[in-house]
Design a protein around this ligand. Structure first.
Ligand SMILES: [Zn+2]
Length: 81
């Protein structure tokens, strides 16, 4: 005789079934996508089934560092003209 499932296992099975049902319903009706903002990423996430698009990764643009001495040389060259 197989062991009876505990309440926690039953709740997990119901949760998995509900998630699977949401995926099926989204497949038929389409996802309800809303923007999701994370610290370095933006994507669209479905509120019903946890589907999310690939999204966009935000990279901070690093400014080109110009050495201070080079800037001073350029100013001196302009002043000499
Ligand atoms: Zn969905």
């Amino acid at each position: 005789m197989p062991p009876r499932s505990t309440t926690r296992e039953t709740a997990g099975e119901i949760g998995r079934f509900a998630a699977w049902l949401n995926i099926i319903l989204c497949s038929l009706n389409g996802h309800e996508l809303f923007p999701s903002f994370e610290p370095n990423r933006i994507c669209l996430r479905c509120v019903s089934c946890q589907y999310e698009t690939h999204g966009w990764t935000l990279n901070t643009v690093q400014r080109r560092q110009v050495p201070r001495a080079a800037v001073l040389v350029q100013h001196e060259a302009l002043a000499a003209d």
